[in-house]
Design a protein around this ligand. Structure first.
Ligand code: MG
Length: 265
């Protein structure tokens, strides 16, 4: 595979495989949205994802990745990312972020969404809205010739203007035959310049946005990342191919993008 400063340049066939992997991930995330309700155990989200992976005959990409013990991350309320599915039941008013990856013909799809559980507070709804919108604001910058850091600069400006925080500890990434490839795609603006985006790069953009401070802590299980101040966090992620015609979102389900983002399809 061709490389540009350490970032793989994918050909059309490879992007086709990534698109298929991401389509499956997005379909799984749609199905998760259909079952999220008060009383659901986060373990049941993991089981749904495993069942759909076996129907699709694909491998869940997170299971065993650096020792991660589940097929999905389920991150409730103050959990930012990497939460473990468990027997804990979702409650009315919770928000739950689900991050999911599959490997199809050697290529990894990766996407995430945050869902409301029943009726949530206005603050929680606003946090989710701004996080999802910031993802598309970032996607808008994913263009040939742009500095990869312009993505995070746009996300950060959008989020902070609305009074929320952007997590620094975790970032987006190149994605291809491995889940995490170069370049890093921060959701904030680093002080230096980054890689210039080239046609054929595929990146996962994934703003993690907090209600309060952007500082996070890792729990004793070595994975679960929570906000240091205990306030809510949300997480949305798409995998994007950089093309001469602009950003191409790969993680679109068979139902399509949400109505208000349909112009990005
Ligand atoms: Mg990712």
């Amino acid at each position: 595979m061709k490389k540009y400063h350490g970032a793989f340049i994918k050909n059309e066939r490879e992007i086709g495989c990534l698109r298929e992997a991401d389509r499956m991930v997005a379909n799984i995330l749609d199905a998760v949205g259909d079952i999220v309700r008060p009383g659901l155990k986060t373990r049941e989200i993991n089981e749904l994802a495993l069942d759909m992976c076996s129907d699709y005959k694909v491998k869940p990409a997170f299971l065993g990745y650096n020792g991660f013990p589940f097929a999905v991350c389920t991150s409730v309320n103050e959990v930012v990312v990497h939460g473990f599915p468990s027997e804990t039941e979702l409650k009315e008013g919770d928000i739950v972020s689900v991050d999911m990856g599959v490997e199809f013909q050697g290529f990894v799809g990766d996407a995430a969404r945050t869902y409301p559980v029943g009726t949530v507070s206005d603050e929680a709804r606003e946090l989710m809205r701004v996080t999802e919108e910031s993802l598309y604001v970032g996607i808008d910058q994913a263009r040939v010739g742009n500095d990869v850091y312009s993505i995070g600069a746009a996300i950060q400006a959008y989020v902070e203007k609305r009074g929320f925080g952007v997590v620094r500890k975790f970032v987006g990434h190149g994605v291809g035959s491995r889940m995490h490839e170069k370049p890093e795609v921060p959701n904030f603006k680093p002080a230096v310049t980054g890689l210039t985006l080239q046609s054929g790069m595929v990146i996962a953009i994934e703003p993690m946005v907090t209600q309060g401070s952007y500082e996070v802590e890792i729990l004793d299980d070595g994975w679960t990342a929570v906000t240091a101040d205990g306030l809510l966090a949300a997480h949305f992620e798409h995998s994007i191919a950089i093309t001469p015609h602009g950003p191409r979102i790969l993680s679109i389900s068979d139902r399509g993008l949400p109505e208000r983002f349909a112009s990005y399809a």
